[in-house]
Structure formats: C-alpha cells, structure tokens
Design a protein around this ligand. Structure first.
Ligand SMILES: [Mn+2]
Length: 251
C-alpha cells in the first residue's frame, strides 16, 4: 500500500517512554502516512513516566528514528512540547535533527485559514493549578467503563450483592469527564476567538474532535494512547480527523 500523502499532519499525546503508548499502531501510522509538514503537538515523550520508571522499547527507538528520517527526507517537522515533556520548552527555536521546537505556532491552510497550534495544557485549569491531581486524573474514563462491565459480569457470576454501585460511580466520573471536556473547549475558544484566528489545533485532553464553536473551529488531535487519532490537512485545505488501526493498513 502506497503511503497517503497530506499537506499537513498533526499528532499529539504519543506518550513515548510510557507503557501507555500504543507504539505498534503509532509506528504503523507513521509508515503509511506522509506529509509536507508534520506537527508534534506535545506529550510526545513522556518524561513524567520515565522519571518514575524507565521504560523504552526497541519500538520506541524505531518511532524516533522514523520521525527523524521523515525530517531528513524533507518533511518540515515542528515539535510543540506539552506538559509531560515541558522541559523541552526550554529549547524554543532550537533545531534537533531538523526538527524545530516551538512553544506554539500559527499554521495557515492552503485556503488561507489561520490556526493556532498549541498543546493546550495552559487552558486546562486542573493541570495548571493542581499538577498532582492531573496526574491522578489521567486515568481514562473508557477504562472505567470497561471496569464497570467487568464488575457487572463478576457480580452476576458469583452472586455478589454489593452496596457499592460501581455503575453509579462510573456514571459520576463519566459525567465529570464530559463536563471537563466541554469546560476545556469553552475556555480555549473564549480565550482565542478574538485573536484574529479561524481556529485552534490542540491536544492534551486525549479526545479528538473537529467542531465549530461560535464561528471558531476547535480541533483536537486526540492521542496514541487510547483512540490512536490524528488530524490531517488535505491538499484542498480540508481538515479531517483520522482514526488509525493497524488493520486499516493491511487492506
Ligand atoms: Mn498534556
């Protein structure tokens, strides 16, 4: 299968160096998708996780090599650090193996639309003011839903009568997660909508989206931890959300 070629690709929240990174899917994505310009929108290498436990597989090495090779072969690569790789923020405008580090960037589409590209943790009130809480809160709610399903089966199997309703707890968590996402989107859009921009392209909350809010395009790249998503710009300037799974490339 020939690689798909886009004008621009945005990926974020890869969390390389943590056990959470879906490195096989990510590598497969990098193999089958090329672009003139590639944005790495933060939380690329997870230094938080690495500082707790050294975890670096050969696949993680291959991913880094693959990205560096793209840069060498002419893809313009811009690395915008996130909060899990915030130490890279000290290297603004440095060039590492043809990859430029920027705190944020303005991307202009082929049709002239202007987007601020930023990781986005600065718009997350929780991450900004309660770093420890954000670290605990990074447990995904999809995971809770799976746990709830398991708990229900388990209870039925063993006839357990439980006062504790995990379902209610999960519902509460999910409601909070949904509320968190909408608060985040609202904060970002309200902060940026008078800045002479057509929209924002960010990551951070691991929830991919292309959505118009009050005439402002809110775009989120998602992650390669749970959803394995990316945002691409086609040669006509159209933005698309892509969900990658390994099977898609085998056809
Ligand atoms: Mn982040």
């Amino acid at each position: 299968m020939l690689p798909l070629v886009y004008r621009t690709i945005w990926i974020s929240d890869l969390h390389i160096g943590s056990t959470q990174c879906q490195s096989d899917v990510l590598l497969d994505f990098l193999k089958h998708n090329e672009s003139e310009k590639l944005y790495l929108v933060g939380d690329i290498i997870d230094f938080w996780a690495l500082s707790k436990k050294m975890y670096w597989t050969t696949e993680h090495n291959t991913i880094i090599q693959k990205i560096l090779r793209k840069a060498r072969q002419g893809t313009e690569i811009i690395y915008i650090p996130g909060n899990h790789d915030e130490n890279v923020r000290n290297y603004e405008n440095y060039v590492f193996g043809d990859i430029v580090v920027k705190i944020s960037d303005i991307h202009t589409t082929v049709t002239g639309k202007r987007f601020l590209v930023v990781h986005g943790d600065e718009y997350d009130v929780v991450a900004r003011h309660h770093k420890w809480l954000a670290q605990i809160g990074s447990v995904g709610y999809d995971w809770l839903i799976a746990l709830n399903r398991f708990w229900r089966v388990f209870r039925r199997l063993f006839g357990i009568q439980s006062q504790f309703s995990l379902a209610a707890y999960v519902k509460f968590k999910v409601k909070n997660a949904v509320q968190f996402i909408s608060d985040y989107e609202e904060t970002i859009v309200h902060t940026l909508r008078n800045e002479n921009l057509d929209g924002v392209i960010c990551g951070h909350i691991h929830h991919a989206e292309i959505k118009e809010i009050e005439n402002f395009l809110y775009v989120n790249t998602g992650d390669f931890v749970e959803s394995c998503t990316a945002i691409v710009e086609h040669h006509n300037g159209e933005l698309e959300l892509i969900k990658w799974n390994k099977k898609a490339s085998e056809n």
